[in-house]
Design a protein around this ligand. Structure first.
Ligand code: MN
Length: 735
């Protein structure tokens, strides 16, 4: 179903102006010369930049910043800078206006606060599971200017008040955040009215049935309660005025959330909650009489109603950490029920509702100096939380001295890094590719090199280039283990690519010199250039450190090397053995057949079995040893003693068995060993010489020495072992 929205633009324009004027009225008490102009400028900028945007409700978007500014002014008591910031709080995030624009138009301070506000919304929108943690870090980082937090509270309050048009899942997310983070924060800052409203609004979305139930119950007894309050208040009012005090005495309902809390805490039905309201006596006192007046009122109340001595709270003599001042007592009412009475002056009441902002308004006219002092006060408060206040702030102080810093991404996500971390560390923290191609960074919009040491609260944007690759000296730039590991592996990978390239170049060069490209020659070349591996050889070729003329040089020296030759005292026997082989049908040693004619044994280093590719190697004293061509020693033997190598192959018609080893790994399971040995002994009738098994945390790792006929036999066995349940790998190894 489509509902048509008919918008009367002219009426809207009037409404916007009406709301703007209401904002001006709300901020009147703090306005100083020139302030009105600033607010107008901010309003015009916000109006223009949000002009095509609408809220989910269909209303013009500008209603929201105006409302946030109004809450900041009226309900928190903030001044012009905050009103300007509140009006502009969404423009950097949602429109084309940049922080630079803000700074140019409104100065550094305003830009900084708006920057903070933009960052905070990132913290909340990106990662919901880390919220509490991020929130704490956010405070830590941004407590620099607590107005950021206060405007954010105003923003949240307005969003909570206008959440009906949000989809359900968003309502739940926002309401959960609010009850979990924002309401305790408001409490901590002494913003009781805002705290209560945030709690009630959260409950309205999180637990709508209970909320409605209590609201309904409250409503049912409303008239009855009003009557009770009237009767309770009347005598107090009378005597208070008789005694020359100017006071406002009234009943104030408790919030739905606090009633529900009491029901849960005491496990009682709604009917048994006695303090559904509190009586307030708000005195209009001269500053020097405040304390005396409060106690005078206290005495009047307790003369009329019997107080519960355990329930006297004197926050007038020693205010709460968040600035709250009040005298609370609980007295027995006329119908035998306890009634809470709160006694305070107008000044104290304003502080109770609006927190410290109101407090400083009383200290001196709301200039920036006063506000700065207040901010300082809040910072102290945040850094020294009283017990049970805000649990998640408890380790705040500790964190001030910790070796962690918190960095923002351009989108406002928080990244935690160790102290001393650089822009390059940050880049690798974001993503390996970002790190690997990093050429610099913008920190708080200023260009810095990759080695720039980050400061707590920095906002970092990494600049990359596809031409960039990790460099060896980057290892000295980074401090995080993650970045180091990534750089090392990138360098390795880079080297592999270079080697790949060098390999091709060398292949071409060797071809042009008519040298066969094989392992043998590569080994010789590496040896000649004193390089530890063929990979290094390739790298040197790729980097141009080994050129064609160097290889030619090698060629001429090779003859010399060959002429000199290694010591060969058994020259004769080598030739003798060779001639014996040649005396047969071919110059190939047939293993298993020429046994009588030629003395040979199977090398212990690689345990060849029939079917393996093998070669014979004439030793000094032990005759011919048969090695597998992939024996770890093969390359070295063939490279250095090529003249001692004889061709060899297996004679198919033998009935010998050969010892080899199998390594079997898998998931340890009942009967696994049984199943393995069954396959080996029963199915394949293979003899086992030894079996060793290691199980560790459910991982099975066994070594079995078996006698097999040939590679075909072995391969079949391996195939069947792999079918055993739990077995994940079977590999041949050499004893
Ligand atoms: Mn907003």
């Amino acid at each position: 179903m489509k509902t048509e929205l008919v918008i009367d633009l002219e009426a809207e324009k009037q409404e916007i102006l009406k709301r703007y004027r209401a904002l001006l009225r709300a901020s009147k008490s703090t306005l100083q010369k020139g302030d009105k102009k600033e607010i107008r400028k901010a309003f015009d900028m916000a109006l223009e930049s949000h002009k095509d945007m609408r809220r989910k409700s269909g209303e013009p978007y500008i209603y929201h910043p105006i409302a946030v500014a109004q809450i900041a002014a009226e309900e928190i008591g903030l001044g012009t800078t905050s009103i300007v910031c509140a009006l502009l709080h969404d423009v950097v995030e949602d429109t084309d206006i940049t922080l630079e624009d803000i700074e140019r138009e409104f100065g550094k301070k305003t830009a900084k606060i708006i920057d903070g506000l933009t960052k905070i919304s990132g913290v909340f929108d990106t990662n919901s599971s880390l919220q509490a943690e991020n929130f704490r870090k956010m405070l830590l980082t941004l407590a620099d200017d607590v107005r950021v937090i206060l405007i954010k509270l105003a923003d949240r309050l307005h969003n909570m008040r206008t959440m009906d048009f949000m989809p359900r899942h968003k309502q739940l997310k926002i309401a959960s955040e609010t009850i979990y983070l924002y309401a305790p924060l408001a409490h901590r800052l002494g913003l009781y009215a805002i705290k209560s409203e945030l709690e009630d609004l959260s409950m309205k979305y999180l637990d709508p049935d209970t909320y409605k139930f209590i609201a309904k119950k409250l409503n049912e007894k409303k008239a009855e309660r009003a009557l009770f309050i009237k009767k309770f208040v009347e005598p107090i009012d009378e005597i208070v005025h008789e005694q020359g005090l100017v006071a406002d005495v009234y009943g104030r309902p408790k919030s739905i959330h606090s009633i529900w809390n009491k029901m849960k805490k005491k496990n009682i039905p709604f009917e048994e909650v006695y303090d559904l309201f509190a009586i307030r006596i708000i005195l209009d006192s001269a500053p020097e009489n405040e304390k005396a007046d409060c106690w005078k009122a206290y005495s009047i109340v307790t003369d009329l109603y019997r107080p519960n001595p355990d329930r006297l709270r004197d926050w007038v003599s020693s205010p709460k950490g968040n600035g709250y001042e009040s005298l609370h007592t609980t007295v027995m009412g006329p119908r035998g029920q306890w009634v809470e009475v709160q006694i305070r002056t107008q000044r104290m009441n304003e502080i109770a509702e609006k927190g410290f902002a109101a407090h400083w308004k009383y200290k001196e006219s709301s200039n920036d100096n006063g506000l700065d002092q207040w901010i300082q006060k809040v910072r102290e408060m945040l850094s020294n939380p009283e017990a049970n206040a805000l649990d998640f702030l408890d380790d705040f102080k500790m964190n001030l001295f910790s070796d962690e810093i918190f960095i923002f991404t351009p989108k406002g996500a928080l990244i935690q890094l160790p102290l001393g971390a650089t822009a390059l560390d940050f880049a690798f923290e974001i993503h390996t590719d970002v790190g690997a191609t990093c050429i610099g960074a913008k920190v708080n919009h200023k260009l810095v090199p990759i080695s720039y040491k980050l400061q707590n609260g920095d906002q970092v944007e990494i600049i990359t280039s596809s031409k960039q690759t990790p460099k060896e000296d980057w290892l000295n730039v980074v401090v995080t283990a993650k970045a180091k590991a990534k750089i090392k592996s990138s360098l390795k990978e880079e080297k592999r690519k270079i080697a790949e390239n060098g390999k091709e170049i060398l292949e071409r060069k060797l071809k042009s010199l008519k040298i066969t490209y094989n392992t043998d020659n590569l080994q010789k070349l590496s040896y000649f250039f004193k390089l530890p591996s063929t990979q290094e050889l390739f790298v040197n070729v790729a980097l141009g450190k080994i050129e064609l003329k160097d290889i030619k040089e090698y060629l001429s020296s090779e003859k010399e090397v060959e002429n000199r030759g290694p010591e060969r005292p058994e020259n004769l026997s080598v030739d003798g053995i060779k001639s014996k082989i040649k005396g047969g049908e071919s110059d190939i040693l047939l293993i298993g057949e020429d046994m009588q004619r030629i003395d040979y044994t199977l090398a212990a280093c690689c345990n060849p079995i029939p079917g393996d590719d093998v070669f014979g190697f004439i030793t000094v004293s032990e005759g011919i040893k048969i090695h597998r061509t992939n024996c770890p020693n093969a390359a070295q033997l063939m490279a250095n003693y090529g003249y001692r190598v004889v061709k060899a192959k297996w004679n198919k018609q033998q009935e010998l068995t050969f010892l080899t080893g199998l390594r079997i790994v898998g998931i340890d399971d009942v009967g696994l060993i049984n199943n393995i040995t069954r396959v080996i002994s029963t199915d394949f009738k293979v003899n086992m010489r030894s079996i060793t098994v290691d199980t560790n945390e459910g991982i099975f790792d066994g070594s079995i020495m078996i006698f097999v006929n040939d590679t075909e036999h072995l391969e079949n066995l391996i195939k069947n072992l792999l079918k055993v349940r739990g077995v994940t790998g079977v590999t041949r190894f050499d004893a």
